[in-house]
Design a protein around this ligand. Sequence first.
Ligand code: GLU
Length: 312
Amino acid sequence: MSPGNSRTQETVAYRGRFAPSPTGPLHFGSLVAAVASYLQAKINDGEWLVRVEDIDPPREVPGATSAILASLDSHGFEYSTPLYQSTRLEFYDDLIEGLLDGGLAYRCVCTRRQIEAAARRGVSGFIYPGTCRPKMADTSQQGTSVRVYTSPDRTCFTDELQGRQCCELETEVGDFLVRRGDGLVAYQLAVVADDYAQGISEVVRGTDLLDATFMQTHLQHLLGYDSPKYLHFPVVTDENGTKLSKQSGAAEINDNSISANLYWALHSLRQHPQESLKTAPTRDIWNWAVENWDLNALRGLQTLPDGSMMMQ
Ligand code: GLU
């Protein structure tokens, strides 16, 4: 599907997505994200898109994209041709230029060291203290990175599982990057651009990205975009409370135990698949999962401290 597809939220009732970064093969935590977003799309008679977020070449692992897609295929996920963010760089550049031209963003000349020296730590890393904020009218400032202005107003959204969430971006996060110091587009900008361009009606992902949603909501506001709905399910953590991720060394899922992987993914989403599904044909597990998907089991939970169970 092309990002500019004219089928928008008006004509497609539900469109969800899974947006892996190719920083390694699919691990259990991302399988859970894929399963949760897929089931939400299925029970809403919607579409489920796959978007490869390959905009950070230094972190990209060769072969990861094809490994992730092969795992999705072998686990029975159905989707049309994925969108690759690396094909969308000009579009992101235009959006950033638009934000600069509109006085909504500025080129930042501060070095990371200057920022860290002046900043407090907040929920999403260092709170940018506005040290290098130019006067609104001063467009002469040079520098590679680009930050958007934040304001003292509260930015809020209502999460379907976590309830009302609010943040004072200026004091809790600070002006944030839409282009990084190394010239690469920032995740926040690309994700907002594509959730909108692809007509995503609901974003389903783990609570590790709950805080990022404040920045994304702010960007949607600056760009004049409608916000999708958000549903952040509790992330699976290991015994020490650390989120299972490629960075934390979470094991790659084994494509030879597909039924068991799906069984444990559903189990960790607090669904109650019967034991026999662990070895059942993939189709039977998906049928059971669509039939029995119960979001209420996850309401209000931020983490699920049971990552080790998949090893059983
Ligand atoms: N690409 C991000 C990741 O792999 C997820 C982005 C999102 O779901 O918004 O962590």
